[in-house]
Design a protein around this ligand. Structure first.
Ligand code: GLY
Ligand code: MN
Ligand code: MN
Length: 449
């Protein structure tokens, strides 16, 4: 599928163009310790190559310059003994199906030659300062050679614009990866529901999630973003990741967590009772959020503007805020005056794919873009009532609920990629009461080239 991704990008280039894509390097964590390596998402989408300090150079119809060249760290038995095996240029051609590959140490020479031949160059300004400095230096050098008939590219284009549009539409192979990420994440959430008991710590559940992601092949730390394991009032902190408090009897537990598998993310939120049974106030709020979610998913159809998904959730949430007597205003007033923002302050959806908040535009020609088959997005309404909010009935204080699924837009009804993670009150209570243990390794094997 990666060669297909490169060919699709080459299709968007004009004759005489080159495109340079830098991969990620190592990032220092402290002193001489590095964070686990994670490849740049654009680079991984084009190459499936997961070693640091690599570059991809594409060239369209330029004599003497291959259509695609992967520059990689050279083989070096001594260094490989310390830091791990390297594929090397020969391996890059053999194993990664690259038309050509070179040692990294000839990048500067080859890049400068390519820039001297190209009329236009695709390079993402602002994203890769070191490489950008090199590109700017070569532009300046090549300008000095104008008397010899040599000049740098006259036009620079942002590859993100074209590539991210490409990434927004998932192929069947990409959807297979997303379904696997969703199934591993479902397993983690169901296990968390079964294993959570009053008195446990948030980090015990965090560890259970990470354990599940990793043991089924989740990359890096296993997750696509740090897990949010938020007991009680912590659910009212949207990006809570401290995950170190005791889980109290009678409280809810909000878990927002998803695996990263084969380079693709899942993003799932469920909110369930620590002791396995919702109180009536918790259930009332939960049912409102779940209805908002159902209304949004109903709108997840080709042709519907992206923004309508949010509007569908808002309408139900505003009705709920009125019915629960959280807010005296009428549902219409709550919506028009945006009073709801106090208790629902984020958007309902974002694209999802290689990045949990995936690439792609939300607006086209100043308007919310219509959904199309192949797009994937989340639906994640919520209501957040902080313990300190004394303007609302006391029964609701300290309740924070979000429910989140990942959706694939098809030609008909939406596919809920995360449907295996139960979400009705009855199903969640049943999952909490189950004796579920970690299952044998799930079938997450995937062969891609
Ligand atoms: N987990 C991040 C989000 O829901 O957008
Ligand atoms: Mn999300
Ligand atoms: Mn989430």
């Amino acid at each position: 599928m990666f060669r297909k991704h490169r060919l699709a990008f080459l299709d968007q280039m004009q004759s005489g163009d080159i495109a340079l894509f830098p991969g990620a390097g190592h990032v220092t964590r402290n002193h001489d310790v590095e964070f686990p390596f994670r490849q740049n998402s654009d680079f991984a989408y084009l190459t499936n190559f997961h070693e640091p300090n690599a570059f991809l150079l594409l060239a369209k119809d330029l004599p003497d310059i291959p259509e695609e060249t992967l520059f990689v760290l050279p083989k070096d038995p001594l260094k490989e003994t310390w830091t791990g095996r390297r594929t090397g240029p020969e391996g890059a051609v053999e194993k990664f199906g690259m038309a050509s590959a070179e040692n990294l140490d000839v990048l500067e020479e080859k890049l400068k030659a390519a820039m001297a031949s190209a009329g236009r160059m695709w390079f993402r300004l602002g994203a890769f300062p070191k490489t950008e400095a090199l590109v700017v230096r070569f532009v300046d050098d090549l300008r000095m050679k104008i008397r010899m008939g040599i000049e740098p590219p006259q036009v620079f284009l942002d590859p993100g614009t074209a590539l991210h549009e490409q990434r927004l539409f998932k192929s069947e192979e990409e959807l297979t990866c997303m379904r696997k990420a969703a199934s591993v994440s479902a397993e983690a959430h169901l296990l968390a529901m079964a294993q959570t008991k009053p008195g446990m710590k948030e980090y015990e559940i965090d560890a259970l999630l990470s354990f599940t992601f990793r043991r089924h092949g989740g990359q890096g730390a296993g997750w696509s973003y740090p897990s949010i394991v938020a007991g009680g009032d912590h659910a009212n902190i949207l990006h809570y990741t401290q995950n170190d408090a005791v889980l109290n009897d009678g409280d809810l537990l909000l878990i927002d967590a998803g695996a990263e598998l084969h380079g693709y993310a899942a993003d799932i939120t469920r909110t369930f009772p620590v002791n396995g049974t919702y109180t009536s106030a918790q259930k009332d709020v939960y049912e409102v959020v779940l209805s908002a979610m159902d209304a949004s998913i109903q709108r997840c159809r080709a042709g519907v503007p992206f923004h309508d998904i949010h509007q569908a959730a808002l309408r139900v949430l505003c009705e709920g805020l009125h019915q629960l007597k959280i807010c005296k205003e009428s549902p219409d007033e709550i919506l028009e005056k945006e009073t709801y923002r106090r208790w629902f302050m984020h958007n309902t959806s974002h694209w999802i794919g290689r990045d949990v908040h995936d690439a792609g535009r939300y607006m086209v020609n100043g308007e919310s873009r219509p959904l199309e088959p192949g797009m994937c997005l989340t639906v994640e309404p919520g209501l957040y009532f902080p313990a300190a909010d004394d303007t609302i009935p006391s029964a609701f204080r300290g309740i924070g609920i979000r429910i989140e699924d990942d959706i694939h837009i098809t030609g008909g009804e939406a596919e809920v990629l995360t449907a295996a993670t139960v979400k009705t009150v009855a199903d969640v209570e049943e999952a909490c009461a189950s004796e579920r243990l970690a299952p044998p390794t799930l079938d997450t094997e995937l062969l891609t080239s």
